[in-house]
Design a binder for this molecule. Structure first.
Ligand code: NAD
Length: 504
């Protein structure tokens, strides 16, 4: 912590094997939210270079799809090994570039390792079905085939894990990957690319050049990926605004979209809740990552009978949580990503006040260095109105009362986003109702844990304005492959389906 931050970042990049030419340029400033200073300046990918990279990825796909899936799994197993070896350095770089506390930076790399492990197993399980056919001496089956170049557009707040949720699956599915990381976090992307290239060398010539490409720049470069007909699937993670633009363009050329957009996640605290567990679950979900997770808890819907037992304690935790340099031990809340995030937070707080909200915290905190540090805000709201209805990407928790579970579930569902949700209750009927057809309308619905901190084994994503995409576990792999239904006639006649006769 005594050495300068740019020096620390450059040392990490060197240790991670990033060639110096990749971050010695002019154009895009890579800033650290820890101090706000520029740690490196990068040359952006030009449109012509982006097109050439997509071309290389297209050729790589044609070769990669011929490599048997379990061999492709072996490549991802080696990638997992390289990530294990690089975990400390890459985790620290995530902390420097995204401002996450150390354990969260390391946790993000662990998530990459976990999805690699998952994908290795998957590489021997890309199962299709055999389906009963109505015609004699016929066999009908479903087969899964590699799809092509998979485009990945990612957000600043999970600068490396989101790539891996897509890439580890895409690689075992036989696709190549072109990644446009957030313009706020290019350095971690370059580090990941260096790790992939090291893995390719270890794997040998079966891994074709162009299997993994990175495009550095802003939304104009992302747009090239979105518009290119050689890219049949694009996984885009970011704001709902971005998803609306990208989704429409992909639909116009009939490409597949995996959209992972904003959340406005709620938790319900029922009368029977274990309030100690609720308090800890709420604190992590609402304040962790300084409120900059798509699954961050933003709305707390508390039964009126437990409001006074819970909320004063929560306000106390908000007042005492340690804010500061995310590399320091004991710090739980690091910086906001930039000034725009700070301004957005202050604007939402003023609107909440105007709508009758009582604000606790939310002020700027001076930690003796640059950067935008704030005390997380807890806002007691009379109703779910104004800024409560949208996502503000900062640590603001709006707290409201309810008196019947139906009312609480209706409030939980009454916003545009549909990513994550949870209920704290010891009542089995309430818990089951919450996760039932009539309960939460989100892609993630939890009981007695907060809405954030998902594991890779489940399919991750949400409904409505969150975009409907699913990534990571369960059967999310199917989005990276094309499905064919095959019917084989091994008989000596040609019976037609549905009894149709057509004798020529
Ligand atoms: P953002 O929408 O500003 O940018 C995300 C990415 O999209 C960046 O790489 C950006 O360059 C690119 N982009 C933006 N507009 C584009 C366009 N028109 N065409 C092509 N590319 C475009 O989001 P952000 O500020 O980096 O991240 C925060 C947002 O991301 C929040 O809304 C958060 O909820 C969401 N998010 C969602 C998930 C999820 O899995 N659902 C995960 C992380 C973050």
């Amino acid at each position: 912590m005594t050495t300068s931050l740019p020096k620390d970042a450059l040392a990490l990049l060197q240790r991670l094997g990033v060639p110096e030419a990749a971050y010695a340029g002019a154009g895009l400033s890579a800033r650290s939210p820890i101090t706000g200073e520029t740690v490196a300046t990068l040359r952006e990918t030009s449109p012509a270079e982006a097109e050439a990279a997509i071309g290389r990825a297209q050729s790589a796909y044609l070769a990669w799809r011929k490599v048997p899936a379990p061999r492709r799994g072996e490549f991802v197993r080696l990638l997992g090994e390289e990530l294990r070896a690089a975990k400390t350095d890459l985790g620290l770089l995530v902390t420097l570039e995204a401002g996450k506390i150390t354990s969260e930076g390391l946790g993000e790399v662990q998530e990459m390792i976990d999805i690699c492990d998952f994908a290795v197993g998957l590489s021997r399980q890309l199962y299709g079905l055999t389906i009963a056919t109505e015609r004699p001496s016929h066999r009908m089956m479903e087969t899964w085939h590699p799809l092509g170049v998979c485009g990945v557009i990612s957000a600043f707040n999970f600068p490396v894990a989101v790539w891996s949720w897509n890439a580890a699956l895409a690689f075992v599915c036989g696709d190549s990957v072109v990644w446009k990381p957030s313009e706020k976090t290019p350095l971690t992307a370059l580090a990941v690319q260096a790790i992939v290239e090291k893995t390719m060398k270890r794997f040998g010539p079966e891994a074709p050049a162009g299997l993994s490409e990175v495009l550095i720049g802003g939304r104009e470069i992302g747009d090239i990926l979105v518009q290119d007909h050689r890219v049949p699937v694009v996984s885009a993670t970011g704001s709902t605004r971005m998803g609306k633009e990208v989704g429409q363009k992909l639909a116009a050329r009939f490409a597949r979209a995996i959209l992972e957009l904003g959340g406005n996640n709620a938790a319900i605290v029922a009368p029977s809740a274990d309030l100690d567990i609720a308090l800890r679950g709420i604190a992590f979900a609402a304040m962790g990552t300084a409120g900059q997770r798509c699954t961050t808890l933003r709305r707390l819907i508390v039964h009126e009978s437990v409001y006074d037992a819970l909320i004063p304690k929560l306000i106390k935790v908000y007042g005492s949580v340690k804010i500061g340099d995310p590399r320091e031990a004991g710090v739980l809340v690091g910086p906001l990503v930039d000034e725009a995030a700070y301004q957005g937070m202050q604007k939402a707080l003023s609107e909440a006040k105007a709508a009758g909200g009582k604000v606790h915290g939310g002020e700027k905190v001076d930690v003796g260095q640059g950067g935008f540090y704030v005390r997380p805000a807890l806002v007691e709201m009379p109703a779910q109105t104004g800024p409560v209805e949208r996502e503000t990407f900062a640590p603001i928790l709006y707290v409201m009362k309810y008196n019947s579970l139906d009312q609480a579930i209706a409030m939980q569902n009454a916003v545009g986003a549909g990513l994550s949700s949870s209920i704290f209750t010891m009542n089995m009927r309430e818990a089951e109702l919450f996760v039932s057809d009539e309960g939460s309308d989100c892609g993630i619905a939890n009981v007695n844990i907060g809405p954030s901190g998902a594991e890779i084994g489940g399919a991750f994503g949400g409904e409505k304005e969150t975009g409907g995409g699913r990534e990571a576990g369960s059967d999310a792999w199917k989005a990276y492959m094309r499905r064919a239904t095959n019917t084989v006639n091994y008989g000596t006649t040609l019976p037609l389906a549905q009894g149709v006769s057509f004798d020529v």
